[in-house]
Design a protein around this ligand. Sequence first.
Ligand code: NAP
Length: 501
Amino acid sequence: MVTTTAGVMEQRVEGFPRHLLKDPSLLKTENFVGGEFVSGDSGSFAVFNPATNEEIARVSSFGKEETRKAIEAASLSFMSWKKSTPSNRSDVLRKWYEAINENAEDLSAIMTLEQGKPLAEALGEVRYGASYVDWFSGEAVRSSGGYMDLDNRRAMLIRQPVGVCAAITPWNFPVAMITRKAAAAIAAGCTFVVKPAEATPLTALALAELARRAGIPAGVFNVICGSNPKEIGLELSTNPSVKKITFTGSTNVGKILLEQSASTVKRACMELGGLAPLIVLEDADLKKAAVQTVANKTRNGGQTCISANRIFVHKSVADSFVSELEEIMKPMKVGNGVDSGVVVGPLINAAAVEKVKSHVDDAVSKGAEVVLGGKHLTELGENFYAPTILKNVSMDSLFCCEETFGPVLAVIPFENEDEIIERANDTDFGLASYVFTESLSKAMRIGEALESGMVGINSTALSDARAPFGGIKQSGMGTEGGPTGIHEYQNLKYVCFAADS
Ligand code: NAP
């Protein structure tokens, strides 16, 4: 059963500092299905502030039955949404974009409170997430098919929406990981059901409220939350009405979803984990490289899929580079993301801190030297880890085989430039890579040889709604954003006309 429960919200957000919001009505604790906020029969789950570990809300939890009902709502609305005009889709997306921007500060506050990243960074993510809605509002009217002359036949190539799309998203970018999928799907004429991470449902539900206010028709955008991801994921990936599954998260869960969705041969887009190499050559501009490297590793406390896990630095410049890193990283203030001046917030939970600690301890036991940090900042709270620089990290350390997800720079010296490509590619992952060099020919040669979906040359700022984002190898399949992002939500149909009869 899915029932509307207006008024329950008041009792369920008592731990949330509502005075931080201009518009507290953006706080929703019911799921969003068929254009209404509803609760199910599967109880509720707690949402915690990672900076304080305090409970800030309880959100209605969905299970299999309620998930099925959400898919039905999306299927029903697909019957009309697929017939909507591109201009109409563009218009509603534009209104959603404006609503997100107008409420950007409130969305940032909600995000910081449930996810931990500093307010300024949360605001940056809201703007970045909104830029996908803006981009796909334009793509809705730009997307087109084609025509071919086949001698005595003519071919018309048309793009049609794939149907109901199901998405599962992670906690590290609670706005952008949803908008870069949802806006593309809606622009293409698909309907959309998303399950956000259990840690960050409030941001997703606020986005739903803004979608409702923007006039996105009932059932086109649905948000279902829950504390049993396996059950929801199984329904989303096996229900025959779902025609596409799009996932951002760990490689392990991506593999489960691919396996499950094979039973109904769904289209799939997988944005999975990374183990990015960042290579600093002898001729690099070390200052610029250090600024970019620290930005990459401290954004979201290093909890990003494109964070450099392995920092390969030519031996001849390793000490100078480490000094540059230290100069930038040392003054960085760690703390609660709502406090002014804080640039590094808490990690998402205690398990995340344990993982970072285990990587640092492992590297140190294999000969690495701690230049900065290297400790759990228990005086700030359970989930804080100090921005850390390690040097002389060995190739057999955990940094070289597992994503760390923390503010730790693991510097690995190398001598032979010819071997570095092989070392960088020696992983099953292939999401992002970075090269710092002043030599154009080296940048070209190494950039082309690196096995990853994205390569940054003298820059770590890869993310942009106008550019395709995605990995290869076990980092995933398909791309999001950019000129082909909408194609992921469209079937390309070939219609053949006899021309000489
Ligand atoms: P995760 O554990 O894979 O969780 C991601 C989502 O999957 C969450 O909504 C989670 O729900 C859900 N989930 C967990 N187990 C599931 C199951 N058996 N079936 C269906 N859904 C399931 O990953 P995470 O720790 O949240 O996110 C970090 C990972 O995401 C990292 O590996 C990072 O590199 C990757 N990532 C990749 C990109 C990219 O674009 N390539 C971008 C951002 C993050 P619960 O929250 O309830 O557990």
